[in-house]
Ligand binder design. Structure first.
Ligand code: SF4
Ligand code: SF4
Length: 485
């Protein structure tokens, strides 16, 4: 018998431990002598047999904390992965076609991951280029269908850039949206800086039923936002964006507000929350807020960069109970943080300790799924069309020609080797396969792994372990009042 590779332990201040298993999803509060049994197994100790211990081992087995052998554990993992993959392929979840209508941008946010040279390229997709992009979409869907994928799927289109919604890109946007929604039935949304949204709302009105949301960033109260999200001429944009959000909400469009956080603006989240409340956005059914750390994909060691778990601490310090705050503002954390903490959050909040303590591995909790691929780029579910005519597997790689996986201009072509490189779950990495939290993490951001370590299966962990331990620490009162094994 062996202790599971995917157990991790977190000490509580009352001396007990939280045990979490990222394969089964089980979470329990246990006493030190129970932990000692698992520690002994990990060290290769044989277990004695007595009724008390047998009962404990039966519980461990049910919760996935022990296996009869490493091979059996691996078989459980790969079977689960393959079953989940089959379910995913049979589901209606399709591709996101990310369309960079242009690389131009009217803003010069200092932390922008794209760099600003690309934003000066004065070009938006022409009619002929749009035709070729939709030709490429047809070929991509043919290719995916031939691979047995997406036969029942509904696909999505994202307008992306640069800044997609500029006064000078209207003709391009109108044509891309018209064809994407009317001819292909794509549900659509846009990541926009929001500064010219008022010039577009009349156009989008006709597509409202197919339009999911506008994601718009506000990085703090006015005095902070206006230092960060500035025009090429250095002016702040807060008032314009706030007015446009009011206008869009008033006209029935969903707004996904995003706040990009680093050390510079993290102290001002509370002030921003007060502003949001004063505007009544938090009570608006069409409003959501995502608070996300600024990513450092390139290991540039940004001087003001903030490790992800520091955001958890800051939220607790500024708002007290993080979950009450998140419920009040319809807020979520950035992708990595949300993913890494969601199954533990689910254990705490959706099950009820007394009736079914932390049983996230229960089949009655379908969303408590292990994560084998950190994002859709690792599953060929993103196809991103750069305005220079290249196709990318990850939207954040746009403009880095060496990472393109194909072209739609002048002709359609997919480089199969480059494309297939992205399709990897964490089991292609030795380090991730033996990592206790791998199925809370999915092997990290493929792009960061590539940029920092040279390969998608050489992981950059982005504070994964620290995020989970910090989250448990911040919620330890809930674990300390849970039934103890
Ligand atoms: S990226 Fe790091 S934390 Fe994530 S699964 Fe791989 S080794 Fe573990
Ligand atoms: S590879 Fe990384 S940057 Fe690209 S879409 Fe996935 S998580 Fe985002």
């Amino acid at each position: 018998m062996i202790a599971s590779t995917y157990n991790s332990f977190y000490k509580l201040s009352d001396g007990n431990y939280v045990i979490v298993n990222s394969l089964s999803g089980a979470v329990d509060t246990i006493e030190p002598d129970v932990k000692a049994v698992l520690d002994g197994l990990k060290a290769g100790k044989e277990l004695d047999s007595n009724p008390e211990l047998d009962e404990l081992v039966a519980y461990f087995t049910k919760r996935g904390y022990v296996y009869e052998s490493r091979e059996r554990e691996w078989e459980t993992l790969t079977t689960l992965r393959d079953e989940m993959n089959e379910k995913l392929q049979a589901s209606s979840l399709g591709v996101v076609f990310n369309v960079c209508t242009t690389y131009m941008c009217n803003l010069r946010c200092p932390y922008c991951f794209q760099g600003h040279d690309i934003h000066k390229i004065n070009h938006a997709l022409s009619q002929d280029e749009i035709n070729k992009m939709f030709y490429a979409i047809d070929r991509i869907l043919e290719m995916e269908h031939a691979r047995g994928r997406f036969h029942n799927a509904k696909h999505t289109m994202l307008l992306y850039g640069g800044e997609p919604l500029l006064p000078t890109t209207k003709k391009t946007v109108h044509e891309v949206v018209r064809r994407g929604i009317e001819d292909y039935g794509f549900r659509s949304y846009s990541i926009t800086n929001g500064t010219f949204l008022h010039e577009y709302l009349d156009f989008f009105e006709q597509y409202k039923s197919m339009w999911d949301f506008f994601q718009i960033s506000i990085d703090g109260p006015k005095h902070i936002h206006d230092e960060r999200r500035i025009t090429a001429g250095g002016q702040g944009t807060f008032d314009r964006i706030v007015n446009n959000i009011d206008m869009a909400l008033g006209r029935g469009f969903k707004i996904a507000l995003r706040t990009n956080v680093n050390k510079d603006n993290v102290p001002y989240l509370e002030e921003l929350a007060e502003f949001i409340e004063s505007r009544g956005w938090h009570d608006h059914e069409l409003f959501a807020w995502q608070i996300s750390p600024v990513y450092d994909h390139f290991a540039e060691n940004l001087p003001n960069h903030m490790p992800e778990h520091h955001l958890l601490i800051a939220l607790q310090e500024q708002f007290g109970d993080m979950h009450q705050f998140m419920d009040k503002f319809n807020a979520t954390l950035g992708t990595d943080l949300r993913m890494r903490t969601s199954r533990i959050r689910q254990a705490i909040y959706s099950k009820g300790w007394s009736s079914n303590p932390c049983d996230t591995c229960s089949a009655s909790v379908p969303s408590a799924v292990p994560i084998f691929k950190q994002c859709s780029a690792r599953d060929h579910r993103y196809y991103t069309f750069g305005s220079e005519g290249l196709i990318y597997a990850c939207p954040e790689t746009v403009g880095r020609e060496e990472l393109a996986v194909g072209t739609f201009l002048p002709e359609y072509h997919i480089d199969t080797d480059k494309h297939n490189m992205w399709s990897q779950d964490f089991t292609t990495s030795e380090q991730c396969s033996s990592c206790s939290v791998s199925m809370f993490c999915g092997g990290g951001c493929a792009y960061s792994n590539l940029m920092r370590n040279g390969a998608i299966n050489k992981p950059y962990c982005n504070f994964s372990h620290q995020s989970i331990s910090t989250y448990i620490k911040l919620n330890e009162d809930k674990f300390m009042t849970a039934p103890v094994t």
